[in-house]
Each structure stands twice: as structure tokens, then as C-alpha cells.
Design a protein around this ligand. Structure first.
Ligand code: A2P
Length: 340
């Protein structure tokens, strides 16, 4: 390494994803010179334990970014819109978890290990994809390289932690009140999430899809450099699971696909772990994936709906690969490729 190690910061360090970023930084080998913990004025002055030491949370202000080389941000879209351009002006690389800049043509949208070369085009801001898109990219890239994706239909089963701390607490409270037969007034979700599933994540668009569903279409195209001819459709559903998004995926390819060959290919794909032994009832579930780094794939089979089609079930920790882990991996790449 010829360049001096960077000063890094975690913006939103007190939030659900921010805390996960810190957990991953603790177990990871990211090399840095110094680290700052940023949040809003509300939690400024409070302390966070990191690597066995207590650190003071600092209020995020424009000036703070003067001395920061790389910021790992997960503090919501409005906060990112406010600080990312300022941070970039100060020469800080702002790795953003929010959706604020994902579809900006000037901003690379990256899954580490999938489209790292796009990082070279950054102008100070790098976007981390939406959680449901993120977990699909590692297996899909490998399959696309071999068989070339033509069409894809995704159904998601998304955990409540994707909607933040309030949603996590709401699931617990809702379950407790249901169990004692008390009424419950939901606020994080439109309907009760306990013992229920909700086929709406984010707001509806004019075409009847939700924003979350359109993110899967648009972000997948941007990350894998697909053109408009690759058709992608998603139905995103919230389920009463704390951690771990699941996805049922049907893909049609240009080339003929053999499920056994595809299984072997995925077994050899970095970041993917195949759990697919139906004779022993082996397939991935969110409980297995929570707290782990791989994207788990199972139920791999030839599609009876599509020609050259493959069906599979894909599960991952939405707070890790879907957010914090990829943010940390992008930071690692930025350091390794000396792009700060
Ligand atoms: P704070 O704890 O001070 O409110 P979550 O998604 O789990 O709700 O977390 C959101 C994170 O973003 C928290 O760390 C929160 O800090 C932080 N945050 C929210 N608004 C701002 C802001 N205006 N400036 C800096 N950090 C913010």
C-alpha cells in the first residue's frame, strides 16, 4: 500500500444498519487510520462500544467531513442528500446505503465482487443497492455469464428489520398483543404484521408496482449492465420474520440451462453458498442466514414454465449483504483500489 490509510466514519452509527456496519468492521480486516461515529444531534454525546473501547457519538455537520476520507453512511435518504454532496466536495468518498443516488447516472451502484470496476467511475458518491436486489446479484451474475439472462420474475419475502428499529419492535409488540387477544394499532406497517403477510413495501408507482419492486428491476439492470430487452418483474412482500430476506426466483435464459451444472456453478461462486439437497430436506431459510455473510441458494430446478428456465430460492441476511456487509466490502475495495 503506497497511499496513507484513510480516516473513516460511520454515519448513522446508532441505527440498525449502522450498528451492523460496526459489527462487521470489528470482525473484518478493513485497514484505516482513524474512525468516527456520526449520528444526529439527538444521540451526539452518547457512547458506542467498538473493539472493546467506548467512543463518543459526534453530530454529523458539514465540517466533520473535512477530515474524513471514506464515509460509510446509513442514515436515511434525506440525511444522505444533505451530506453526500458536501462530503464529496471535501474529497470524502461517501458510500451511501439510501436510495437517494442509486439511479443517478453519475453514481456507481455496486455489489462488491460483481461490478467492482464501476467503482473507478465514482465522483465522490457510491451507492449501495436495495437489499432485495443486493442478495440476488452474486448468483445472478454467475448465471448470466454462463447462460445470459432474458427474463426474470422475483417474489420476495422480506424481513421487518429492513424497515428499521421501529418495525422490529412493532413485530414483537404485535405478536404479544395478538397472543393475549388484545387489539393492535399498527404504525410502522399499514396492516398488522404479526401472523400476517403484507404485499406492499414502499409506495405504489403509476404502473401498479411498488417502488421496492421497481428497484429490483432498475437496480439489477444498472448493476449487471442489462439493456431494456431484459425483462424483470418483482412482487415484494413483507413477512413476520426479524432478519433474512427470501426470494423465489424464476429466470429464463438465452442459452439452454442444466440445473445440475447451474448448481455446480453456484457452488463455485464467491459469496454464494448452495444448500440444496431435497432428499435430506436441505434448503435455505432466513433463520439459518441471520448473522451470516453468504447468499444461500437452494431449490435449484429446471423451470416447467419457461424454456431454458431455472427456478431457485435465495436467502440472505438483509442487514449484511443487503446493507452493512456490502457497504464495508465497497469500502475495502475503495481502499484496495486506492480510489479515495
Ligand atoms: P440518531 O440515533 O441520532 O437518530 P434507523 O434506520 O435504525 O432508524 O437509524 C437511522 C440512523 O440515522 C441513526 O443512527 C440516526 O441517528 C441517523 N440519523 C437520522 N437523521 C440524521 C441526521 N439528520 N443527521 C445524522 N444522522 C441522522
Amino acid at each position: 500500500m503506497t497511499k496513507a490509510l484513510p480516516n473513516i466514519a460511520v454515519l448513522g452509527a446508532t441505527g440498525v444498519v449502522g450498528r451492523e456496519i460496526l459489527n462487521i468492521l470489528e470482525e473484518n480486516k478493513v485497514q484505516y487510520n482513524s474512525i468516527k461515529f456520526l449520528a444526529s444531534a439527538r444521540s451526539a454525546g452518547s457512547t458506542i462500544e467498538f473493539k472493546g473501547e467506548k467512543h463518543t457519538v459526534i453530530e454529523a455537520t458539514p465540517e466533520v467531513f473535512k477530515d474524513i476520507n471514506i464515509c460509510l453512511a446509513s442514515a436515511g435518504g434525506e440525511t444522505s442528500k444533505k451530506f453526500a454532496p458536501i462530503a464529496a466536495q471535501y474529497g470524502c468518498v461517501f458510500i451511501d446505503n439510501s436510495s437517494a443516488f442509486r439511479m443517478d447516472p453519475e453514481v456507481p451502484l455496486v455489489i462488491a465482487g460483481v461490478n467492482d470496476e464501476d467503482l473507478r467511475k465514482h465522483k465522490g458518491i457510491i451507492a449501495n443497492p436495495n437489499c432485495s436486489t443486493s442478495q440476488l446479484m452474486l448468483p445472478l451474475k454467475a448465471l448470466d455469464e454462463k447462460y445470459k439472462v432474458k427474463k426474470m420474475i422475483v417474489s420476495t419475502y422480506q424481513a421487518v428489520s429492513g424497515a428499521g428499529l421501529k418495525a422490529i419492535n412493532e413485530l414483537t409488540d404485535n405478536i404479544k398483543t395478538n397472543l393475549v387477544g388484545m387489539p393492535y394499532e399498527p404504525s410502522a406497517f399499514k396492516y398488522e404484521i404479526a401472523f400476517n403477510v403484507i404485499p406492499q413495501i414502499d409506495m405504489f408507482c403509476d404502473n401498479g408496482y411498488t417502488k421496492e419492486e421497481m428497484k429490483v428491476t432498475n437496480e439489477t439492470r444498472k448493476i449487471l449492465h442489462f439493456d431494456e430487452n431484459v425483462k424483470i418483474s418483482c412482487t415484494a412482500v413483507r413477512v413476520p420474520v426479524y432478519i433474512g430476506h427470501s426470494e423465489a426466483v424464476s429466470v429464463e435464459f438465452e442459452n439452454e440451462v442444466d440445473p445440475n451444472e447451474a448448481r455446480e456453478l453456484l457452488k463455485n461462486t464467491w459469496g454464494v453458498e448452495v444448500r440444496d439437497e431435497i432428499s435430506d430436506f436441505v434448503y435455505p431459510t432466513p433463520k439459518d442466514a441471520a448473522g451470516k455473510n453468504p447468499v444461500y441458494v437452494g431449490r435449484i430446478r429446471k423451470s416447467i414454465a419457461f424454456d431454458n428456465g431455472l427456478e431457485f430460492f435465495c436467502v440472505a441476511d438483509n442487514l449484511r449483504i443487503g446493507a452493512a456487509l456490502n457497504t464495508v466490502r465497497i469500502a475495502e475495495k475503495v481502499i484496495e483500489m486506492e480510489l479515495y
